[in-house]
Design a protein around this ligand. Structure first.
Ligand SMILES: Nc1nc(=O)c2ncn([C@@H]3O[C@@H]4COP(=O)(O)O[C@H]5[C@@H](O)[C@H](n6cnc7c(N)ncnc76)O[C@@H]5COP(=O)(O)O[C@@H]3[C@@H]4O)c2[nH]1
Lengths: 195, 195
């Protein structure tokens, strides 16, 4: 089954590598020192204090219903802006020091102007499903693509919950994103999760 | 089918990105200027001349029969040593400036001491098959793993030969490597290809 293979490869080839110590890497990320302005709060009395960075130390994996995954979350919502990467390297299958860094985005709530950070990505294997259907040579119909996406999400949840994968449990959140018809709930979901 | 999904995702998510301009990136790789000693030939008269770097400007994808893919080719053959990377970045599915660089190895023929360069990797999805079987929670038996590897190789050859994929044709070589029982033909294959 295409979806099952993609879910297992996403787990063994990526999530199982980066999730176990993600929380520690978020804590020791050097961005916080270089950008104190991002964490400065001004009190009622005009006093400035530096607060804890408001970041959910987990990987938020967004699975869009259309399977269409733009290059950047800013293409989905201009309130979500890329600010940096949490670094991670590992040599794997002959690729020396392969880069597995995660992208960090700054999310601004347009109503309150409050700022949050989130480690975001679309589920890249879902983009493969989209391209398999669009490219028209893989023989994947639109109905099959939708079915495979649902199977992928179910399988991935199962894998991340498995007792053998304790080191990954609770380190990632799979967010199903209803982007058809186009609706702007994306940033609200992320903001809700980050608070 | 697991193997088909892995082959299509390997194509759309990696090969289709890096193969089209690989030859140009190999030519303009800055390693050649920084390491002239690697291309210096000493003539009969003791005269030194700088020659063209002996590199096959193609991606050599090694598919081991056991599906076991070590982290580095040096683990397979000490005559194959990592010397650098051909850089390539692309933003994809929310991952900004994702690194898709290729590892370059220096291959020394132990008999003639001649040196060649090769862009090598194990077929990463094959490692996923290995881990799916080893991990024992994916439900992939050894027989199924072997069958899936063969299907993956066949599908990949087909995809790379497809008339719609002209931009990738001839840019990669799939090398089936009989590593069971363990035999040392690996480096000879690479040397033979590189000459
Ligand atoms: N040799 C090699 N070098 C690369 O840079 C690379 N990038 C991808 N691939 C292989 O191509 C195919 C498609 O990749 P995709 O990104 O859709 O899925 C990837 C992706 O969803 C996730 N993943 C892997 N590396 C990263 C990464 N650096 N950032 C984000 N996600 C990643 O985990 C899946 C499986 O990865 P691999 O098991 O390494 O093999 C992949 C896969 O077979 C690569 N292969």
């Amino acid at each position: 089954n295409v979806a099952h293979g993609l879910a297992w490869s996403y787990f063994y080839g990526f999530l199982n590598l980066i999730l176990p110590k993600l929380g520690e890497r978020v804590k020791s990320w050097d961005y916080w020192e270089k950008h104190p302005e991002d964490r400065t709060q001004t009190g009622e009395d005009g006093q400035k204090t530096i607060c804890q960075p408001r970041i959910l130390p987990k990987l938020i994996i967004v699975s869009p219903q259309s399977c269409h995954c733009p290059d950047s979350f800013t293409d989905v919502d201009e309130n979500i802006v890329h600010v940096g990467h949490i670094p991670f390297k590992a040599s794997r299958a002959g690729n020396i020091d392969r880069d597995y860094k995660n992208s960090v985005y700054k999310v601004t709530d347009p109503k309150t102007l409050e700022v949050y950070y989130a480690i975001l990505e679309f589920a890249t294997p879902i983009l493969s499903l989209y391209e398999m259907e669009q490219g028209a040579i893989a023989g994947l119909s639109t109905t099959q693509k939708d079915a495979q996406r649902t199977m992928f999400e179910t399988k991935l949840e199962e894998i991340l919950e498995h007792p053998n994968n304790r080191q990954c449990r609770g380190q990632a959140i799979l967010l199903s994103y209803r982007d058809k018809p186009s609706d702007d709930t994306g940033h609200e979901e992320v903001t809700r999760l980050s608070t």
